[in-house]
Design a protein around this ligand. Structure first.
Ligand SMILES: Cc1cc2nc3c(=O)[nH]c(=O)nc-3n(C[C@H](O)[C@H](O)[C@H](O)COP(=O)(O)OP(=O)(O)OC[C@H]3O[C@@H](n4cnc5c(N)ncnc54)[C@H](O)[C@@H]3O)c2cc1C
Length: 172
């Protein structure tokens, strides 16, 4: 199981908060895709009509190259200013999270960027072992939408259903 890549585990994300969603006043949605600068994908991550207001996105650089957070932060703010105008470079708060450095999220197998979305399935094709006393759940065991929140829900439902159907199962 440790060798199974976790979708998004090697990612880094940022969130820049602002007093107002000023890009909306300029008629911009806040969504951007870019092949220049560290961010590949940016979204309006605000609450709808109340704060906090912010832009959030994915850092499109492989984990092994994300060693200098200060330089990366400066490059992110510069890129935001190019896309959304100068105020974007001065957020009230800026969060940066490198998930590849979270030891309970990413393993060494998550460090190289995934080139495509993996097709997941339960370990060795089994949804349970030891006469149904252990059931596998979690998005990396889902055979649909594996790696996403939806896959986590699908696999959880499957595990609960299977558990209830085993002789030792209880209604839970
Ligand atoms: C950076 C990032 C961005 C993502 N973006 C999206 C997105 O935009 N859309 C989307 O659909 N999905 C996204 N995902 C994927 C989504 O977060 C996962 O698919 C989902 O959280 C998986 O749910 P899960 O219940 O299978 O596992 P988890 O949410 O990982 O839950 C497993 C839990 O088990 C706990 N645990 C682990 N080991 C033990 C142990 N030994 N004992 C007790 N507890 C243990 C962990 O602490 C954790 O709380 C993203 C993931 C990451 C990392």
């Amino acid at each position: 199981m440790l060798r199974i890549g976790t979708w998004m585990a090697g990612q880094a994300k940022f969130c820049a908060l602002y007093e107002k969603p000023y890009w909306r006043q300029a008629g911009l949605s806040g969504q951007a895709f870019s092949q220049q600068g560290p961010m590949g994908e940016i979204h309006d991550g605000s609450n709808n009509n109340q704060g906090p207001y912010g832009l959030t996105g994915f850092v499109n650089i492989p984990a092994v190259q994300r060693n200098h957070q200060q330089l990366l932060t400066e490059a992110i703010l510069s890129q935001l200013a190019v896309i959304y105008g100068k105020p974007a470079a001065q957020p009230t708060t800026f969060y940066y999270k490198d998930w590849a450095r979270e030891r309970f999220t990413a393993t060494q197998f998550d460090q190289p960027p995934m080139v495509e979305h993996p097709l997941y399935h339960p370990p060795a094709g089994q949804t349970s072992i030891w006469d149904g006393t252990i059931h596998f759940a979690g998005t990396e065991t889902a055979d649909q939408h594996g790696g996403y929140l939806e896959g986590a829900l699908i696999s959880a439902e499957r595990a609960v259903m299977n558990y209830q159907e085993t002789p030792k199962g209880h209604k839970i």
